[in-house]
Ligand binder design. Structure first.
Ligand code: FAD
Length: 566
């Protein structure tokens, strides 16, 4: 059998390698348009910052190695320009020589990925100081340009994963980084309350953040961006565009094969297109969200490799289960680790699901162990089933491990009860006996069963400004160090003696630092007949993290006397 693969990176190279493992006799040819196959796109931002010191380290496998180890023929610098389905051939053009020829296939795997978006309507978008970053050459050209022109100011457009990783690395490399983002938050898979922590982290490390701004023009040494009709000008020696990617589908559509509503290539559970001899995998393919059933494209390396394996398996006679994706991703933002999986609030709402959230900020390990730090953790669950829908975690500690746990639970259709009982590793060095994920499940169950009412950090400003009755149950020195303006201080240790100070006839909102002591206070009050008490979800720490960024950047009047972040 002769198998041709178009695209030689995450999906294409994985498919070819799996095919060889399954079939030692097949002839396998991979065509890659670029000068490298099998390189680490995910490490490109870290090359900008010097974490990956040498360009050559980005290339995982050379064509020579592919041939020597696996007898797979990888032809780099070779673009497939057309698929001829009737005679089972692809047309190939050598990029450097222009030579054209055709190659027969019995089975074809199309893995062309997705290309960075560069909107032609924006004046200056094709200027020589404007870059995108998809492959090793792109990253090397960008880095060389920055060094050659002795760049100082770099504008990164787009606050997605690539944009944020690039912003971090460029800052570490000594550039002044300006980040423009059209939405009012970075990293759309996170909700605003979680993203706010990362906004602060970026700002604390010197990244100039322009949220809610749209790029409108690129000039020689500046860019223009607008927000609600107001134009600003930002210094820019170079610009990195990272505003998303579009699936490369030209070959497929010109071959008369279908794409879906997401513009990704339509495939079945075995990654076959409408033509049973043509498979498609990776960033170019439309899949579906397992939680909502909606079609979607997930441009991530893990899913690309899994799809590649599934297609190869099917070519060799094995079938796959239809699973779709849940969407799990992570990144580092300077000192913070951030990870998310499944649906965030916006996605749950859009899908028309009835949901609630548990937002906890406990320490990520036993407090007396050096390095203990809060881990902001948000769990989204379905009401009334308790089905786990998604989670997000941000902190200095191991956010990724916690989110991987939730990803596994979502994959197994878990409910809050399952998460509550989940038995996880514990040592004070790594966590707490009741891990953050267990804790979030407990809070979720309290909410689900009506044992706890909560208001969200996003609602506290309005409440505080309206003079709502807020009770801070932290000890007096903590209160004096910084508190919500107008809050009453009744420490938990004094609550028994002062319980009658708490009104019964108006709504009362309680908080402490992280929500644990205020929950005890609420239990005590409810036990004694108070039915008007509500917890401030996220508590004081969550509020500080939520409000700080806007107070600093928008010049708003702070609603706390002194922001604290520990
Ligand atoms: P690609 O890796 O894009 O490979 C497709 C290849 O096909 C390209 O090299 C292209 O040149 C070639 N090609 C296209 N058309 C033709 C043709 N007609 N003929 C011949 N060759 C062709 N994902 C994560 O999960 N985690 C991360 O941290 C992460 N970080 C990333 C950072 C960056 C800077 C980038 C760019 C991506 C990152 N990703 C990350 C996404 C991940 O790299 C992609 O999801 C994955 O590479 C997709 O694999 P693919 O094979 O479908 O596409």
């Amino acid at each position: 059998m002769k198998i041709v693969v178009i695209g030689g990176v995450a999906a294409g190279a994985s498919a070819a390698a799996r095919l060889r493992r399954l079939d030692s006799q097949a002839q396998i040819i991979v065509f890659e348009r670029g000068e490298h196959a099998a390189f680490s796109n995910c490490s490109l931002p870290y090359y900008l910052g010097g974490v990956v010191a040498d360009e050559s380290n980005l290339v995982v496998m050379t064509p020579e190695l592919f041939w020597m180890r696996y007898r797979i023929e990888v032809r780099t610098g070779s673009e497939v320009t057309a698929i001829s389905r009737d005679d089972h051939c692809v047309q190939v053009r050598e990029v450097t020589t222009g030579r054209e020829y055709s190659e027969h296939y019995d089975k074809l795997i199309v893995a062309p990925g997705a290309a960075p978006i560069r909107p032609r309507s924006i004046p200056g978008i094709m200027n020589q100081n404007v870059f995108t970053m998809r492959n090793v050459r792109d990253a090397a050209n960008f880095k060389t340009y920055l060094e050659t022109v002795h760049a100082r100011d770099v504008v990164v457009v787009g606050g997605g994963f690539i944009g944020i990783e690039a912003a971090e690395n460029l800052t570490e490399a000594g550039y002044v980084v300006h980040l423009i983002e059209g939405l009012n938050q970075i990293l759309a898979p996170f909700d605003e309350d979680m993203a706010q922590i990362l906004h602060k982290e970026l700002m604390d490390h010197g990244v100039r953040l322009y949220l809610g701004h749209m790029l409108s023009e690129i000039c020689e040494h500046t860019v223009k961006a607008s927000s609600e009709g107001k134009m600003i000008e930002i210094p820019a020696d170079a610009v990195l565009l990272s505003i998303g990617v579009a699936p490369e589908t030209r070959l497929i559509t010109e071959a008369g094969l279908e794409t879906g509503p997401t513009r990704g290539i339509k495939v079945n559970a075995n990654y076959q297109t409408d033509d049973p001899d043509i498979y498609a995998v990776g960033d170019a393919v439309q899949s579906f969200n397992r939680l909502t059933g909606q079609p979607g494209i997930l441009a991530l390396a893990g899913p690309a490799q899994r799809q590649a394996r599934a297609a190869a398996d099917h070519i060799e006679g094995m079938c796959n289960r239809v699973r779709g994706f849940i969407g799990s991703s992570c990144l580092r933002v300077f000192g913070m680790n951030a990870a998310c999986t499944g649906l965030n609030e916006k996605a749950a709402e859009k899908a028309g699901l009835n949901y609630d959230v548990a937002y906890v900020l406990p320490d990520d390990r036993v407090k007396i162990i050096p390095g203990a730090h809060f881990l902001a953790f948000k769990l989204v669950f379905e009401v009334p089933t308790g089905r786990v829908l998604g989670a997000q975690a941000v902190g200095q500690g191991d956010a990724v491990r916690r989110i991987d746990v939730i990803a596994a639970m979502i994959s197994m259709n878990a409910v809050l009860e399952d998460l509550k009982d989940l038995e996880l590793c514990y040592s004070p060095i790594y966590g707490t006996a009741k891990d953050v994920v267990n804790m979030a499940a407990l809070v979720g169950l309290n909410l689900l069963h009506g044992r706890l009412k909560q208001v969200r950090v996003s609602e506290i400003r309005k409440l505080a400004e309206a003079g709502a009755y807020i009770v801070d149950v932290r000890e007096k020195p903590d209160y004096e160090a910084g508190h919500i303006c107008g809050a009453h201080n009744v420490p938990l240790s004094e609550l028994h003696d002062r319980i009658n100070e708490i009104p019964r006839d108006i709504p009362v909102y309680l908080h402490c630092r992280s929500g644990q002591r205020s929950y005890y206070a609420i239990c005590e009050l409810q036990g004694q007949g108070w039915n008007n008490v509500t917890n401030l979800s996220g508590s004081f720490l969550g509020l500080c993290l939520y409000e700080y960024f806007h107070d600093q950047t928008d010049g708003r009047k702070p609603i706390v006397t002194n922001y604290m972040f520990n």
